[in-house]
Design a protein around this ligand. Structure first.
Ligand SMILES: Cc1cc2nc3c(=O)[nH]c(=O)nc-3n(C[C@H](O)[C@H](O)[C@H](O)COP(=O)(O)O)c2cc1C
Length: 202
């Protein structure tokens, strides 16, 4: 499988980025994971189709080409960071590339709760009609006390937490295959994805 892993922050130092870097290395025999940095995107604003920033189109292409997407979110004021919301707004308003895309949410926080409230909010956002991702069900990976969670080599220290991540990731690989099969079976009835401005013209 080939996954795009979105780092949900523009901070230079981030335990969410460390978590994705760990996953990329740890699961390298099972999947190819490419990290994506949202800090290269401008803050969202409404544009004409011809004016979409190149970086946004490049992100859409990466999402379209991936078998699935992993999003690691910090928690800011009980919510996802504004930069992550902005990145999702670009996708929702332009390519809608997340529609039907298998998505796994993970998250790390410096406190004990591991970004649980941000993850719940992200789930809700990803169910909106213009995003409509296929979210991995019945799973949450919450990495609390994340500043003490990694060793000097960037690996998770807690063996139980690592085993939990192993199980969730392997289920996500299976889930990705199931969703791909499901969508290929309903190919005949899948409606074309349109840009928002095309929908408005129709
Ligand atoms: C503006 C701001 C708001 C925060 N709000 C919360 C919060 O509501 N809940 C929480 O657990 N941590 C909060 N934190 C601390 C976060 O745990 C931490 O910054 C972030 O999740 C860790 O992600 P990172 O290491 O990838 O930056 C906040 C941090 C900042 C900078």
């Amino acid at each position: 499988m080939n996954y795009l892993a979105i780092v949900g922050t523009n901070s230079d130092v981030s335990t969410n980025r460390m978590l994705l870097q760990f996953m990329k290395e740890h699961f390298k025999d099972e999947a190819q994971i490419e990290l994506y940095e949202i800090k290269q995107l401008p803050a969202f604003y409404e544009v004409e189709e011809s004016q979409v920033p190149e970086a946004v189109d490049a992100l859409s292409t990466k999402i379209q080409q991936a078998d699935g997407v992993i999003i690691a979110t910090p928690e800011y004021d009980h919510a996802i960071p504004a930069v992550l919301k902005s990145a999702l707004e670009w996708i929702s308003y332009t390519s809608q590339a997340l529609i039907d895309k298998p998505v796994l949410i993970v998250g790390a926080s410096h406190g004990a709760l591991g970004s649980s409230r941000a993850q719940a909010q992200l789930r809700q956002i990803l169910y909106s009609p213009e995003l409509a991702a296929r979210l991995m069900p019945s799973s949450e990976f919450l990495l609390g006390k994340s500043q003490a969670a990694f060793n000097a080599k960037g690996a998770l220290i807690d063996a139980d937490k690592q085993a939990e991540l192993d199980e969730i990731f392997r289920e996500f690989v299976l889930f990705t295959g199931l969703i791909t099969k499901l969508l290929s079976n309903k190919a005949g009835i899948k409606k074309d994805k349109k840009y928002v401005w095309q929908t408005q013209e129709a």
